[in-house]
Design a protein around this ligand. Structure first.
Ligand SMILES: [Zn+2]
Ligand SMILES: [Zn+2]
Length: 151
């Protein structure tokens, strides 16, 4: 599948040929902290299949294992773009949030669930607004309902 993406300010953009079967959700504490969200959705893609325009800044994260991971982001707007091997990039773990086709790329697996937020399962039961809290409420959802809707 061909995708396009860009950072929020547009200084960096990319096109890529991706495998939709590779989308994953990572609940590790680094993903929570880097992304600012409760988890991160990632699309691992061979570096050779990504055409990047613009120059991301790299922050190199040193893991306890000694593994060095480059976290690429836009120096202007701070958008997280991908992570990759710090020395010789082989796979770019594209951040799903900056992929334009993200609504058509549902995650296929979850990792680092031992550090997942314990309240994620409560979200389907919370009040839902189409936009901000002043906008009309939408009908409640449940995982069972959304599965039935796809059938
Ligand atoms: Zn930017
Ligand atoms: Zn992670």
């Amino acid at each position: 599948m061909h995708i396009t993406g860009q950072c929020h300010c547009g200084a960096i953009s990319f096109t890529a040929l991706v495998d939709p079967g590779k989308v994953l959700v990572c609940h590790c504490s680094d993903c929570q902290q880097f992304s600012g969200g409760p988890f991160r959705a990632v699309l691992p893609t061979p570096a050779a299949q990504v055409q990047l325009k613009g120059q991301p800044k790299h922050y190199v994260k040193l893991a306890a294992s000694g593994n060095r991971r480059a976290q690429a982001f836009c120096a202007e707007c701070g958008t997280q773009l991908y992570a990759t091997e710090a020395d010789t990039p082989k796979t770019l773990n594209l951040r799903l949030g900056c992929v334009n086709e993200r609504a058509q790329l549902p995650p296929q697996v979850q990792i680092w669930c031992q550090s997942a937020m314990p309240w994620l399962g409560q979200l389907p039961g919370l009040p839902r607004h189409g936009q901000g809290t002043a906008s009309p409420r939408l009908p409640a959802t449940s995982p069972a309902n959304s599965r039935a809707g796809e059938a």
